[in-house]
Design a protein. Structure first.
Length: 65
């Protein structure tokens, strides 16, 4: 199997940019958001993570089709 490393590194870089945006744009609000997330039970965090992953997969599918 051939791995397109350029594509992999581009995807990782884009994920890093997107992950960093909230901290850059809303630095004052992020501690409150993180505390609110930390107070949620693990099941809620798992469902949130699953929802975001499925949304990402849908976005990739739509972009590639």
């Amino acid at each position: 199997m051939h791995v397109n490393w350029t594509l992999v590194l581009t995807a990782v870089g884009l994920a890093m940019v997107i992950e960093g945006l909230p901290y850059f744009l809303w630095a004052e609000k992020m501690p409150h958001v993180l505390l609110a997330l930390a107070s949620r039970p693990p099941f809620v965090l798992r469902m949130l993570g699953l929802t975001v992953m499925l949304g990402g997969l849908l976005l990739v599918f739509l972009a590639r089709s």
